[in-house]
Design a binder for this molecule. Structure first.
Ligand code: OAD
Length: 251
């Protein structure tokens, strides 16, 4: 199973490329880059802090819940999500059955050394509160960017930015799962499937004749390979499809 931002859309988290994706008139695709962070770390942190707040307040929707149910019923299951929110986990999907291939927004890590720490995802408190060390304000506006307690370099969100490598350990987990054999069913929900590795992971297991179900109101590069296209919002379609698959008993 592969998910993208569309699965969290109905929980009120804006997608990247949707009409609500822009923040202060800025394109998220330009904010989620190492270059944007180097140029204006405060701006990038402001954006991520707002997203963290929004995610903390959000609740998993019927799509997240259906996926957690599917994981319980299937003999073998892996979710690869591009989402950095924690809504799959909060819907009850065990960590060992999911891979956050673009990282975790509640992790804060050093931009220089290997120090990282997990913020308190469910809490209303900003992570690292009380441990922030302000850098000298560059203007009248107070700025506060977390600094690494080990090397004092700037801390950054623990997510993968454009042009960066995917986390090695998580890549291994996906490869190990796929090397274990074909899948009867691959479901891809709520992603524009813009990255080659997403297309590869969707198509590789279904080459042996398995089903490929796409759930997305819009067409994507994967649509033409799908054995079933469901042009509906994920929170409507997934509960029904999971019911069908579990009733079929062929999982
Ligand atoms: P996008 O914002 O590119 O795409 C969201 C997809 O969800 C679109 O194809 C929409 O048609 C679809 N969609 C919208 N609402 C939906 C709903 N209610 N139900 C089902 N589908 C819906 O998000 P991603 O494909 O996840 O990466 O983006 C992939 C990556 O690009 C992100 O992880 C992020 C981004 O830049 C990095 O930051 C590296």
């Amino acid at each position: 199973m592969i998910t993208g931002a569309g699965v969290s859309a109905e929980s009120g988290i804006p997608t990247f490329r949707g009409k609500d994706g822009y923040w202060r008139n800025l394109d998220p695709a330009k904010l989620a880059t190492p270059e944007a962070f180097a140029r204006d770390p405060q701006l990038v942190w402001d954006w991520y802090n707002e997203r963290r707040q929004r995610i903390r307040k959000a609740q998993p929707n019927a799509a997240h819940e259906a996926i957690a149910r599917l994981a319980q019923h299937a003999d073998e299951f892996l979710l690869v999500t591009q989402n950095v929110d924690d809504l799959h986990a909060r819907a009850g999907l065990p960590k060992e059955k999911s891979v956050q291939i673009h990282g975790d927004i509640f992790v804060t890590r050093c931009s220089h050394c290997d120090f990282s720490e997990k913020g308190r995802g469910g809490s209303p408190e900003p992570p690292m509160r009380g441990r922030l060390r302000s850098i000298a304000p560059t203007s009248a506006k107070e700025v506060s960017i977390p600094r690494c307690p080990q090397c004092a370099e700037l801390m950054r969100p623990g997510v993968v930015w454009f042009g960066e490598q995917l986390p090695w350990h998580e890549l291994q987990r996906v490869d190990n799962f796929l090397d274990g054999g074909g899948c009867d069913v691959v479901i891809v929900a709520g992603t524009t499937a813009t990255f080659g590795y997403i297309i590869d992971w969707a198509l590789r297991p279904s080459r042996d004749g398995g089903e490929l179900i796409e759930i997305n109101p819009e067409e994507t590069p994967l649509s033409r390979f799908a054995t079933r296209l469901v042009r509906e919002p994920a929170a409507i379609a997934l509960p029904r499809i999971v019911d069908e698959l579990t009733n079929r008993g062929a999982l």
